[in-house]
Design a protein around this ligand. Structure first.
Ligand code: DQA
Length: 144
């Protein structure tokens, strides 16, 4: 089983970026923790980060054909990225949307996700462990 793990704009800055909101771990530290859990679960994770919506869409279009689920933190594209939403919907894969922060406890504009209506589900506000939960759920649902 292969899962795509996708990080949107500005998430490459984790560790330096608003650590009180997003935590102190860098993106590569988070990716390593997810990779460790994926190995324990016996699944392959293909990771991609971009600050460009087009690059994220290109990755989804190419790689979703060979994958069985998507975990994505779309960054601020969560709130307005309609092309990204369409690409995720077109993949026809189960998508779990992850946010490090609780978007519902923040500014009003962050409280709307254009991705959520096409997602299998959403994890918001649980920090890096939200990615682990998403991975475990995709794997468990596939096994059923
Ligand atoms: C975020 C929340 C978004 O509103 C923000 O633009 C991000 C990170 C999160 O993980 O909490 O870049 O997706």
């Amino acid at each position: 089983m292969k899962i795509l793990l996708i990080h949107g704009p500005n998430l490459n800055m984790l560790g330096k970026r608003e650590a009180t909101i997003y935590g102190h771990k860098t993106l590569s530290e988070i990716d390593s923790l997810i990779e460790k859990r994926a190995q324990e679960l016996g699944v392959e994770v293909l990771t991609f980060q971009s600050n460009s919506e087009g690059a994220l869409i290109d990755f989804i279009q190419t790689e979703s054909l060979k994958a069985e689920g998507i975990i994505i933190n779309p960054g601020a594209l969560t709130h307005y990225g309609l092309s990204l939403r369409d690409a995720l919907a077109d993949s026809a894969l189960p998508v779990i949307e992850v946010h490090l922060s609780n978007i519902y406890a923040r500014e009003e504009w962050r409280q709307k996700s254009v991705i959520a209506p096409i997602a299998r589900g959403q994890v918001s506000g649980l920090g890096w462990r939200g990615y682990i939960a998403a991975l475990e759920i995709l794997v468990a649902e596939k096994a059923q």
